[in-house]
Ligand binder design. Structure first.
Ligand code: IPE
Ligand code: IPE
Ligand code: MG
Length: 240
């Protein structure tokens, strides 16, 4: 099974949804759900390695999530800081390269420093690339990429007619990472909430009912197996 998954499943992207509802259902605070959710990440990272996934992108905080209460937002930022600190040794030992996508400017300087540090520490790891989407929004990413491209045109570095799909890929936060093959969303919501809209143009989607804190390695494996049974055509006709 591992071998066959390895063949055509390079990049999995996950919208880790449902932490809040998981907690509220149990009479806990939403932040308890986020803490539980953060603990899940390690298991899924390890399992991804086992299943031969080379790139894993996790949606941790969207550009829209600032609309939440100050308490929830600051609690989440604290969790992200703690996560980086607590997991850094493991990431290094496991050969995980950690990268962040999304706009960093509005983040707390302490968190930004940690992000820069862990990216640098793990830059030479090659077993698995773990991309954390933090203050990420697909539309915001396209706006920032367009601004950078416009600056390059203005400077005379590229001509407008030279801009291709590949040029756009190079200006996105995900430059150098292949497009996701499979996007998984937990917690029974059937929407993509501004996650990798350009990159997922030809991705397969899997919507699972379990909330993120209840997402197990077994469910993950089942989801990958179900993906493998699908026929991907990319606009062509099979058998040609
Ligand atoms: C996902 O869980 C985590 C973040 C968005 C940070 P939610 O917090 O969205 O949980 P629900 O959807 O409210 O249950
Ligand atoms: C998407 O979940 C963002 C993350 C999982 C980080 P949301 O819970 O914010 O999305 P909506 O509000 O249900 O669309
Ligand atoms: Mg949600």
């Amino acid at each position: 099974m591992t071998q066959s998954i390895q063949r055509d499943l390079q990049h999995v992207a996950i919208i880790m949804d449902g932490n809040g509802r998981w907690a509220v259902k149990r009479g806990l605070e939403r932040l308890d759900g986020h803490m539980r959710g953060a603990r899940m990440v390690k298991k899924i990272v390890k399992a991804s390695k086992t299943f031969g996934v080379k790139h894993l992108t996790l949606y941790a905080f969207s550009t829209e999530n600032w609309k939440r209460s100050e308490k929830e937002v600051s609690g989440l930022m604290r969790i992200f800081r703690r996560y980086i600190l607590a997991e850094s040794a493991d990431m290094l030992a496991e050969g995980v390269r950690m990268k962040f996508i999304g706009c960093r400017e509005p983040l707390d300087p302490k968190l930004r420093k940690l992000i820069d540090w862990i990216e640098e520490q793990t830059a030479h790891n090659t077993t698995l690339e773990l991309n954390i989407a933090l203050n990420y929004g697909g539309r915001d990413e396209l706006v920032r990429a367009s601004q950078k491209m416009a600056t390059a045109v203005q400077a005379g570095d590229i001509a407008p007619e030279e801009i291709t799909e590949d040029t756009i890929n190079q200006y996105l936060d995900t430059a150098g990472t292949p497009d996701p093959d499979l996007v998984i969303r937990t917690s029974g919501e059937y929407r993509t909430s501004n996650f990798l809209p350009w990159q997922s143009a030809y991705a397969e989607y899997a919507f699972v009912e379990e909330s993120w804190p209840d997402f197990t390695v077994a469910i993950y494996e089942q989801t990958l197996a179900e993906f493998r049974s699908r026929e991907r055509r990319f606009g062509s006709v099979i058998g040609k």
